[in-house]
Write a protein that binds this ligand. Structure first.
Ligand SMILES: Cc1cc2nc3c(=O)[nH]c(=O)nc-3n(C[C@H](O)[C@H](O)[C@H](O)COP(=O)(O)OP(=O)(O)OC[C@H]3O[C@@H](n4cnc5c(N)ncnc54)[C@H](O)[C@@H]3O)c2cc1C
Length: 403
């Protein structure tokens, strides 16, 4: 039996693990975090391609996967409807997908507290050294260890995430605490509001414990705001003790004055319905937005997957779908070339690199108008092209394959 070591036990790693396990591989997921990851993340937009991939991973997709919405709406600053369109979509939550994928994999194939420190490979296989000094051996290694991937840093030290010039405030408000007017206006929709140079979007997701019952769901928002890299971004990422968290500040360490300024801005620039949702969100978090583009995904017996390979800004809402399609392509290539994993990984690279690069470029175009500084004429052109209500409603969180 062939053995795959997978660094990273988030959605990308779990998708790859489940697919390879279904295809008859022995797998071992090595996750650096010490305990379950279920507290992370918020809403995830689904696409038909994601459902296909979940089935390849052995999951049965039914109507408990998420909350359906019939279409989209954009509100003006005064709360009036600027535009509506029909676009049925299903919105799920990061935690829902994580629980389903984690439960589908036998527990002994997933290890917490198992951070990869380094690896070596030769013609016979791959040897991985963990943070505690222990070793694991496999036929291949999959780097599904996210945007700051240790696997990628060993292979491509020059490739680093590039800050996009804006941040996303994210949060969840309980359905039960929303006013009737706000609930009626946007709760059952994919909703937008577009203050100058900014964007907020929101949609309903399951409530605590994956509860999909009316009155127990939550509304997830993502609010993009420009933040200059030299001054505003460091301030947002600095806690009360003056410690700076460049890789993302834990929500509970966001300073009270930063949180208050965000709430004031909500009252000043957002439609009142969105301002209410932002005020009622429990523990909002702020994430800098990055682009990441790897020139190569396969290195002998080692492959990069998901955010370790490419990070597109979230405007396409495709991060999880891309990680799932990466895992499917890799599993199929290995099935076609069972005796030649090196060639299989090369096939995977040639299939997935153009798609990753395209998504990074498309999402960069969609987000150009929110950058704190627009430096080049190309950026100015993109900013103009995707600034309108029509373009935002048509393109955001829609698979580019559908255009
Ligand atoms: C604001 C925002 C909104 C988004 N909205 C959407 C959306 O609507 N739809 C969508 O599809 N995507 C969305 N995404 C993107 C999505 O969250 C990611 O693309 C997706 O989670 C990628 O998963 P991953 O498993 O590749 O990486 P990650 O989720 O980053 O997981 C990497 C894992 O590796 C572990 N790890 C790190 N280093 C090591 C190591 N050395 N050894 C072992 N383990 C390690 C980490 O602990 C982590 O668990 C959004 C992202 C942002 C920032």
């Amino acid at each position: 039996m062939r053995r795959a070591l997978i660094a990273g036990g988030s959605l990308g790693g779990l998708l790859a693990a489940n697919m390879l396990h279904c295809a008859g591989w022995d797998v071992l997921v090595l996750e650096r975090a010490n305990a379950t990851l279920s507290g992370r993340g918020a809403g995830i937009v689904t696409h038909p391609e994601l459902f296909d991939c979940l089935e390849v991973a052995g999951l049965t997709v039914d109507d408990k996967i998420g909350v359906p919405v019939p279409g989209r709406i954009t509100l003006g600053r005064d709360g009036q409807v600027l535009q509506e369109s029909t676009l049925p979509q299903i919105l799920t939550a990061w935690g829902r997908l994580y629980h389903l994928l984690k439960a589908a994999l036998p527990a002994d194939l997933y290890r917490f507290g198992a951070g990869l420190r380094a690896f070596e490979q030769d013609d016979a296989g791959v040897a991985v050294t963990l943070a505690d000094g222990s070793q694991q051996h496999g036929d291949i290694l999959i780097g599904a260890d996210g945007i700051r991937s240790t696997v990628r840093q060993q292979l491509l030290p020059q490739v680093r995430p590039g800050y996009a010039g804006y941040v996303a405030w994210r949060g969840l408000a309980d359905e039960a605490v929303l006013s009737e007017a706000t609930h009626r206006a946007i709760f059952e929709r994919f909703a937008f509001c577009l203050p100058p140079g900014e964007q907020i979007l929101g949609y309903p997701v399951a409530g605590t414990g994956d509860n999909l019952a009316r009155g127990h769901r939550r509304f997830n928002f993502v609010w993009y705001r420009p933040a200059d890299e030299q001054s505003q971004l460091p301030d947002l990422l600095t806690d009360e003790q003056g410690h700076r968290h460049d890789d993302g500040i834990p929500p509970q360490l966001i300073r009270a004055d930063v949180h208050q300024a965000m709430l004031r801005a909500a009252d000043e620039v957002l439609a009142p319905q969105f301002a209410e949702i932002v005020h009622k969100a429990t523990q909002p978090l702020v994430q800098p937005i990055y682009d990441l583009d790897s020139p190569q995904l396969a290195f002998g017996r080692v492959a990069l997957l998901g955010d370790a390979a490419f990070v597109a800004r979230p405007h396409c809402g495709m991060g999880v779908t891309k990680a799932a399609a990466d895992a499917k392509s890799l599993t199929q290539a290995l099935a076609q070339l069972p005796d030649d994993p090196v060639q299989a990984l090369k096939t995977y690279d040639s299939q997935r690199q153009p798609i990753g690069r395209f998504l990074v470029g498309h999402a960069r175009s969609l987000g150009a108008y929110m950058q704190a500084q627009i430096l080049t004429s190309e950026e100015r052109q993109m900013a103009e092209r995707y600034r309108s209500v029509e373009a935002v409603m048509r393109e955001t969180a829609v698979s580019p394959a559908l255009h």
